[in-house]
Design a protein around this ligand. Sequence first.
Ligand code: GLC
Length: 482
Amino acid sequence: MLAAECTPYAWTGGLGDVVGSLPTALRNLGADVRVALPHYGSIDPAVHPITTSNAALKVSMNGAVEQGKVGQVAQSQFPLYLIGSDDYFANRSDLYGYPDDGHRFVFFSRGALEAARALEWQPEVVHCHDWHSGLVPNWIHAARSSGAHANGPATVLTIHNLAYQGHFGEELLHAAGLADGEFPEHATDPELTPRVNFLARGIRFADAVNTVSATYAREILTPAYGERLDALLRERQDGVTGIVNGIDTVTFDPAADPHLAANFSLRDMTPRARNKAALQRELGLPEDPDTPLLGMVSRLADHKGLDLLAPVVPHLVERGAQLAVLGTGDPRHHELLANAAREHPRHIAIALRFDPPLAQRIYGGSDMFLMPSRHEPCGLGQLIAMRYGNVPVVRATGGLADTVADFDARTQDGTGFVFHRYDPIDFFGAIARGLETYRYPDAWRALMRQGMSRDSSWDAAARNYLDLYSRALDSRRPARDA
Ligand code: GLC
């Protein structure tokens, strides 16, 4: 697997959670999965020692050879290789956001393939995550077509979020050694050419493509969700598979989570109340077990539904509810939320930072968890929330639609509150149903129990990935025979 993020070494969001936990589930099924990650400057060698003395790599870039290094993390759950370069990774404080990100991830991707060669280990499948390694299927396809590596590995591309594509200038083709005249971007994006789109090339050349839920796999075939790549996605004869993510059930275990004030489980839910009290205290909200506390842990961006939140705030305050928001993102949302918290200090608390332990306390201490996303390929927050007895309020899109069942007041079936139209009134309608149900402890306990009973482990997904790998190998076969 090639990825730009992997917990607990370097991550900003769900991509890192997936790459940090899926390999273990696959290894438990017998697959020899190994992961390559850029050797970011932020990976602290005191916390994560490297075993192999950074072996030298020769990475072909810009028509020349550049120097790289590969090291292996000493105590990882699966073999994890760090692809190093002082210029591209070590001397930078952030993971992304540099003008040369295109070059940085070409270097990483090529370096990872070189590392496999240096380790004399040839994978049967190269599994690429998101745009960062999107050129790999292109290289491997080109090598296979030229007959040079007819037995080269099959390639799989997983799309975690179609909105991030890796768009760069044409010079990236030269950097990547792909100036061969083929231009798959043109099929979908005539206005943007000649621009290089890493994700588009992954979609065009990978032997199999999947995304992280069945609903999102369907949605992205339409112009409304396709981010201008829908035509290219529709062109794939074998379609786009949807595999819902699991979560790391060891890290996210309310019965053992060290960040909680009190551990609890399906068998003994009573200690959970102490987490709510502790969270209210920590955030400076009035400590009251009966006041419904709504939590949100999110990138503060429009597509996460943040633009639906502001209009809803006055209604939450009027109903006497409390709201706790954790996250960073768009400065506009920082300001809106900061103002709301200043205006309603007894109701709104915000923490504008990246703080995983506080996130876990919000999962384990609040009553409802808000995810009004405009689009959501899978979403992990709702899965963690349900496991922590926290009732999600979600919009029916992508993985949210596939993992949260709307509560039926008559039969008491369901695990959360679901709304459809992307509109603050519909969002508040779902919250209001939640607030109303909250007044009936039996119904609420049923909701919590049903959510906590959901199996969000990686077992099923890992099996589906093994199937996908087999299909990728099968589809490669004609090229090899030829
Ligand atoms: C991205 C998506 C999110 C998904 C995650 C892991 O962050 O936005 O929906 O859960 O990747 O696949």
